[in-house]
Write a protein that binds this ligand. Structure first.
Ligand SMILES: [Zn+2]
Length: 383
């Protein structure tokens, strides 16, 4: 494999994808570009559109082992266009970096998967097992019509996926320095406290629900701290107060009603029921008139890394000279759906530093190296 050819092919495809303004969940023609390349390689393609999202499964070969690449063609909005050095949808090379929305998350990685596959099939047309692509345009928004639909389809046709590489930007400082095999879940708590409006001059501080809420927040911090200590969870379970609203619009009264919203990012080792029980029994101690409701927007997961971990580690070490760490921080990913298949999942992609920000950019040498790493992983699984 010649570096110059790899680089020009991966750059060409990445730029072509960035030019398609595919704000989630609209694909805007990105998947057609990928499918045309896969079609030419002899992949069988099944389209799985769902509402406004586009999805497809493509496969080459048959039986096991099965190795899938999972990725998304949608991107988040550009933010303030005036803060970009270059138009976010007109990919621009500057100082060895390619600027454009999606260059890292994750049109660059999608392009690296395709180029690696082209090289692999050129040298190994009669490979073992099956190589698959699981592609969606609904990852960055609700994700209700994306990979979840692909996984439902795979379950309905009894298709087993042994290994899956997700192209999410897992690297921190150097390409390949970190990979992920799971993500924390997300739990939201809406707490409403009803109280009596009182004159501030005559009110005992304890009767003010804002005072109660601040005590509750401090206690919740301690609860989460203790839970983290008990199970030594990495990454730790965290919580944030997202909002506190009252119905008060006077200067001399306490509020009648207060609504607080909390969000927990919980480690897979921690059961949601434990968080709920601890917090509800804490609030019960305060003798309040309250309502509480809980919403799990994504479940935590962790995948058994097994032999895929050794293969990925070897490929990264071979080209980058480093052994990756596993740090499952950040938000959630489509791995939570694929995990239902019992698949060994690893997220391996570009450096996350500029994702979802203005001036998202990727080092072009990283794109080239990622093609080689993906190539070596495919080769070590399927030949
Ligand atoms: Zn992403």
């Amino acid at each position: 494999m010649n570096n110059f050819n790899i680089l020009s092919s991966v750059l060409f495809l990445t730029k072509k994808l960035i030019k398609r303004k595919s704000i989630s969940p609209i694909d805007n023609g990105c998947q057609k570009i990928l499918m045309d390349r896969l079609n030419r390689l002899g992949f069988v393609i099944k389209l799985l559109p769902s509402e406004s999202a586009s999805n497809f499964i493509a496969w080459h070969g048959h039986e096991e082992p099965t190795l899938a690449f999972s990725g998304h063609t949608d991107v988040v909005g550009p933010g303030n266009i005036n803060n970009w050095y270059f138009n976010p949808f007109n990919p621009t090379l500057y100082n060895g970096m390619l600027y454009g929305r999606g260059s890292v998350d994750m049109k660059g990685a999608l392009s690296a998967m395709i180029v690696a596959t082209e090289y692999f099939l050129k040298y190994n047309p009669h490979h073992l097992g099956t190589l698959l692509f699981l592609i969606t345009s609904d990852e960055e928004s609700e994700a209700t019509n994306g990979t979840i639909k692909i996984v439902d389809k795979l379950i309905s046709i009894n298709k087993n996926i042994n290994y899956c590489i997700i192209g999410e930007p897992s690297s921190i400082y150097k390409l390949g320095d970190n990979i992920k095999n799971g993500r924390r879940g997300s739990l939201t708590c809406n707490l409403t406290i009803h109280s009596k409006q009182k004159h501030v001059a005559y009110c005992n501080i304890l009767a003010n629900p804002i005072y109660q809420i601040t005590n509750i927040i401090n206690q919740i911090s301690k609860i989460i701290e203790n839970l983290n200590l008990l199970s030594l969870m990495t990454p730790p379970t965290t919580f944030q107060v997202i909002n506190i609203i009252t119905d008060n619009n006077h200067v001399n009264t306490t509020p009648k009603k207060i609504i607080m919203q909390l969000n927990f990012r919980f480690n897979y080792k921690l059961k949601v029921s434990i968080i709920k029980d601890k917090i509800e029994s804490l609030i019960n101690k305060y003798n309040l008139d309250y309502e509480i409701n809980w919403i799990i927007s994504s479940n935590a997961f962790v995948s058994n890394t097994g032999e895929l971990f050794s293969i990925v580690k070897e490929a990264i070490n071979f080209y980058q000279g480093i052994i990756p760490s596993i740090n499952n921080n950040g938000g959630t990913s489509d791995g939570r759906f694929i995990n239902k298949l019992g698949t060994q999942i690893i997220e391996l992609g570009l450096i996350s530093k500029t994702i979802h920000q203005e001036n998202e950019c990727v080092n072009v040498i990283d794109l080239q190296q990622l093609v080689k790493i993906y190539y070596r992983i495919i080769k070590n699984v399927l030949s």
